[in-house]
Design a protein around this ligand. Structure first.
Ligand code: GDP
Length: 206
């Protein structure tokens, strides 16, 4: 595996659902560092978050991709929150609904003072769409730090994983080390993702 992290993920002592919100007045207080998760519907976001917190069903995997979703807040180990943003870009929803989701995500990302980083999840097998390239630019313009994850890596051989990663890195105008190869299903990349999360939140590994 190419992620040769020496870092060991923290022991998960607690992981609890706190609340779900559609607008800022429904968000919990800004008293804990937050890490948000975003990606296209069906990309494997719920599976990845569940893998990070060692719970099978904390975040419900979406059997109905594209359903109207809210922002879900989870408290992890009492020292940080994971924030599950609604999946975007599902082909079957109308432009108007898509606009509402984008608005919900954008409002959260731009207004949240305790947001430390966005974990942005891409399927390693897919070519990044123009939207994803533009979203990267938008995050940079707005100084929102992000951690790029290429998930579902178990669906490709090691060589193909590296080739696809090279291709995505090139298309996104990024650095090779900006992206973490992972599989929520097989729990690969977990230590490396946790290492990046704790680096950005300043939380300690205990
Ligand atoms: P979400 O809509 O982004 O939350 O995606 P889910 O976590 O619900 O996953 C969507 C589908 O992809 C489900 O059928 C999962 O079992 C599958 N899936 C998720 N992560 C992985 C992964 O790392 N590898 C493989 N092979 N399948 C995955």
């Amino acid at each position: 595996m190419e992620n040769k992290s020496e870092f060991k993920s923290p022991v998960i002592k607690s992981a609890e659902f706190i609340t779900s919100a559609g607008k800022p007045s429904e968000y919990p207080p800004e008293d804990l560092p937050e890490i948000a998760f975003a990606g296209r519907s069906n990309v494997g976001k719920s599976t990845l978050v569940n893998c990070l917190v060692n719970r099978n069903k904390l975040v419900k995997t979406s059997k109905t991709p594209g359903r109207t979703q809210r922002i879900n807040f989870f408290e992890v180990n009492k020292y940080l929150r994971f924030v599950d943003l609604p999946g975007y870009g599902y082909a079957k929803v109308s432009k108007q609904m898509r606009g509402q989701w984008e608005n919900m995500i954008e409002t959260y990302l731009l207004s949240r003072k305790n947001l430390k980083a966005l974990v942005w999840i891409i399927d390693i097998r897919r070519d990044p769409a123009e939207f994803e390239y533009n979203f990267g630019l938008w995050l940079n313009e707005n100084n929102i730090p992000y951690i790029n994850i290429l998930t579902k890596a178990d669906k490709l051989s090691g060589t193909k994983q590296r080739n696809h990663k090279q291709n995505i890195v090139k298309k996104m105008g990024a650095e090779y080390s900006d992206f973490v190869i992972a599989s929520g299903l097989k729990k690969t990349g977990r230590d490396e993702i946790w290492s990046r999360i704790l680096n950005l939140t300043g939380a300690t590994n205990d």
